[in-house]
Design a protein around this ligand. Structure first.
Ligand SMILES: [Zn+2]
Length: 331
């Protein structure tokens, strides 16, 4: 009787073998927890489409950030919800803006926690667009760059460790890099949302950050979901402009783009954003008892690592860190 020479099952027969030959591992070191900050005190507003996630006032933000630190999560990413919005998004770069206040408090209370800030105007403009609006509905690319740069500098001044431009304006990384350098923040890295797609998976985030555009959508600046080759151009441009970390967003529906980015940019740190809709889907399925949340989350996060991500921005970070600390599952 003929048998195959290669029997892959030999190396799978128990966990010791599987551990020995496992190619990819997930660690708490890989995780960044995104958080939403609002004005007021003692505020902890649940976000209905993202069970377990909240809009937090600065005092509660500090508490959650401390919890993240206790679970060994190295960094948080913060999004601000200002009390007031205007056409120019001035709250994004105001000295006493919500993010600036949060940064000062976080750096004061938790100096060891790395704080990354989202740099965009859409949460601060009354029209909800990522840049300034011109005649008609068009977003003015070049006129928005100084506002984005000013936002990044004001974050650095308030203590941001890393700034993360997400507006998808052409030239934004260069504008931010040169403004940071001029202001004396040569040491502040830029994590660029370099390949950010116009995606339906951001739906629940719009609840969380109150950032839906009042008219139109984001298809004139975010990438078309059909395009993978174009992501190479976006990354290339941001590398040339001085990006320190590249990103693919969303994650699950774009694993091919992530893997391709890893191949094409082997040396750059690469992040992936496990977005709100991906989180909501898992929470909904687990809430119904249809999937096992822990196994699904850990498998998904591992898949991002396997596809090439060094860094995973995920709302599951607090849970995942606790699960990773409690040891391997038996499944
Ligand atoms: Zn935006």
């Amino acid at each position: 009787m003929l048998f195959p020479d290669y029997r892959p099952r030999r190396m799978r027969r128990n966990e010791a073998f599987r551990r020995m030959i496992r190619e990819t591992r997930l660690s708490t070191d890989d995780l960044i927890l995104p958080l939403f900050v609002v004005g007021g005190k003692g505020v902890r507003n649940p976000i209905p489409s993202m069970p377990g996630q909240y809009q937090l006032s600065v005092d509660n933000l500090v508490k959650t950030a401390r919890e993240a630190g206790e679970r060994d999560i190295p960094a948080i990413l913060i999004f601000g919800l200002p009390d007031k919005k205007d056409p120019l998004g001035t709250g994004a770069y105001a000295k006493d803006g919500i993010i600036q206040k949060a940064l000062r408090e976080l750096k004061n209370r938790l100096p060891g926690m790395m704080v990354i800030t989202d740099v965009c105007l859409c949460e601060y403009t009354d029209h909800g667009h990522c840049g300034l609006l011109g005649e008609g509905d068009g977003i003015l690319n070049d006129a928005s760059l100084p506002r984005l740069a000013e936002t990044a500098v004001s974050h650095a001044r308030a203590g941001a460790d890393v700034v993360a431009p997400s507006a998808m304006m052409d030239g934004q990384v260069a504008a931010i890099r040169s403004a940071l350098d001029e202001a004396g923040f040569q040491g502040t890295p830029v994590m660029s949302y370099s390949a950010k797609y116009a995606s339906a998976w951001y739906g629940p985030f719009r609840d969380a950050a109150d950032g839906a555009p009042s008219s139109g959508d984001r298809t004139s600046h975010q990438m078309d979901p059909g395009n993978a080759r174009e992501a190479s151009l976006e990354h290339q441009a941001d590398v040339a402009e001085g990006a320190d970390i590249l990103m693919v967003k969303p994650g699950l529906a774009y694993l091919d783009v992530l893997a391709r980015t890893r191949d094409e940019f082997p040396a750059h740190p690469l992040a992936v954003y496990n977005v709100s809709g991906e989180y909501a889907m898992v929470k909904a399925g687990a809430g119904q008892g249809w999937i096992d949340e822990r196994s699904v989350v850990l498998e998904t996060l591992l898949a991002f690592r396997r596809a090439g991500a060094d860094i995973i921005l995920t709302y599951h970070a607090l849970d995942a860190a606790a699960w990773l600390a409690s040891g391997p599952t038996s499944s």
